[in-house]
Design a protein around this ligand. Structure first.
Ligand code: KIV
Length: 266
């Protein structure tokens, strides 16, 4: 399994791979496929629980997912996303919640925000809790940003992103997610920063990439932004399989002879 030091040392040597997972079997498959890091993202709210955004997600929901993922991927570096209001209201709450993720097997936590969260990062890092930062489009700020928009388009926004990335690195993040950021801005951040950047919709020059599992597997086909690639088409495959099951049960062709138990076999 990678650790924080190893992840940092891979910057500039090879690209890092990260995907989200929320359940035992998803984690098993990701570990089998050799992904470097699994993020138990608060995107769980969207893709597992059907919320419109990530704001309703609570620690209890995240903890169920984190422990399932740890059981499914015992040998992969797991990062647990701190949900909205689990770290912003006090340092004490941030330490308790982040620490509770480590107690159930996460290797690190992730939190969203720029300069406004550096004191929280300082505090968590000082207590031995590795932190991954997350800037650019930060979905927990959706109401303030006014939608899911590409970041870094104008000079003030570009400067804000660069400034935040530097301050987060100074506070000790071991890695930084850049979400929906103009490619040349994420390239500049990646070149300047001593820690690996992990991009999602942030172009080709980040030190690594992350996607939401349901997006890249073609399960969530309702929202396909430009940066998502469907590496499979599982939604249509699942619908096809379930329709076939419904058809065969109704027709009486499933279960067939080979699917039933008989006294002679026992
Ligand atoms: O919650 C999540 O899945 C994330 C990724 C999009 C980086 O934060």
């Amino acid at each position: 399994m990678l650790d924080v030091k190893k992840i940092m040392s891979l910057k500039g040597k090879r690209k890092l791979t990260m995907l989200t997972a929320y359940s035992y079997f998803q984690a098993r498959m990701l570990e089998e496929a050799g992904v470097d890091m699994i993020l138990v993202g608060d995107s769980l709210g969207n893709v597992m629980l059907g919320y419109d955004n990530t704001l309703p997600v609570v620690m209890e929901e995240m903890k169920i997912a984190v422990s399932a993922v740890r059981r499914g991927a015992p040998n992969t570096f797991v990062i647990a996303d701190l949900p909205f209001l689990s770290y912003q209201t006090s340092l004490e709450k941030a330490v308790e919640n982040a620490g509770s993720f480590l107690k159930i097997g996460a290797n690190a936590v992730k939190l969203e925000g720029g300069t406004e969260v550096t004191s929280i990062v300082d505090c968590l890092v000082s207590f031995g809790i590795p932190v991954m930062g997350h800037i650019g489009l930060t979905p927990q700020y959706v109401n303030a940003i006014g939608g899911y928009r590409v970041q870094g388009k104008d000079q003030p926004s570009r400067e804000r992103l660069i400034g935040s990335s530097e301050e987060l690195a100074r506070s000790g993040v071991f890695s930084l997610v850049l979400e929906l950021v103009i490619e040349d801005v994420s390239q500049q951040i990646t070149e300047k920063l001593p820690v690996p950047t992990i991009g999602i919709g942030a172009g080709r020059f980040c030190d690594g990439q992350v996607l939401v599992l349901h997006d890249m597997l073609g399960i969530n086909t309702e929202f396909t932004p430009k940066f998502v690639k469907h590496f499979a088409h599982l939604r249509s495959e699942v619908v096809r399989a379930v329709s076939k099951y419904v058809e065969e049960v109704k027709a009486g062709s499933f279960p067939a002879e080979e699917n039933v138990f008989k006294k002679e076999e026992m």
